[in-house]
Design a protein around this ligand. Structure first.
Ligand code: HQG
Length: 178
């Protein structure tokens, strides 16, 4: 198993399906590292997990201060977790990378969290492009009028790895830029 495969596995159990190894996550998303090592189908060690957390390209995970627990910083679909994210003031414009085929639905219903708990928004076009490019097909970049959303009382949260999170984005705040 290489580190990318282990990172995907950790994402899977920490964001989506902790129950596959009967892992208990608390509301803030923390799970016991030793339990994961003892119960994972993969051969894991504390040092490998620590290395993956430290070198992960998107800083997807954190280890607790006492070193005993790990969590995914965002992206959850499991109902077990409801992280108390920091409420924060967004930049004037945020971006969302998606697929052209979703555009008409987005312009009808707005951006919805779909399987996840929040809609994920990016600080810059480059990051949004990378998010969109994860799926095949033509990527489009949407600009989100975060300034107006904020003025309208909508709350923005930021994860520990700097992803902007909102419950949804009404179509009136969305524009396509490319
Ligand atoms: C789309 C990755 C039709 C939405 C990334 C997206 C991100 C709609 C897809 C994080 C829609 C959901 C999240 C509507 C939204 N009609 N389609 N009304 N509203 N959509 O994966 O933003 O590598 O749940 O545009 O970097 O793609 O996992 O969200 O295309 O931060 O760490 O429905 O996942 O991070 O897909 O990606 P996702 P996302 P990780």
């Amino acid at each position: 198993m290489n580190n990318i495969e282990i990172s995907k596995y950790l994402s899977y159990i920490l964001r989506h399906k902790p129950e596959i190894i009967k892992l208990k996550l608390d509301k803030e998303g923390w799970g016991d590292i030793q339990y994961i090592i003892d119960n994972s189908e993969m051969k894991l060690s504390y040092d490998i997990i620590k290395e993956i957390v430290d070198t992960n390209d998107k800083k997807r995970f954190s280890i607790s201060e006492d070193g005993t627990k790990i969590r995914a910083n965002q992206g959850h679909t499991t109902k077990d977790v409801d992280i108390h994210f920091k409420k924060s003031i967004p930049p004037i414009i945020l971006y969302h990378g998606t697929k052209e085929e979703f555009f008409s639905s987005i312009m009808k219903k707005g951006l919805l969290p779909m399987e996840r708990q929040y809609v994920h928004l990016s600080n810059d076009i480059e990051t949004a492009k990378k998010v969109g490019d994860r799926r095949k097909g033509k990527t489009i970049i949407l600009s989100i009028d975060a300034k107006q959303m904020l003025a309208d009382g909508i709350e923005f949260y930021i994860s520990d790895n700097n992803v902007w999170l909102v419950k949804e984005v009404n179509k009136k705040y969305i524009d396509i830029i490319k």
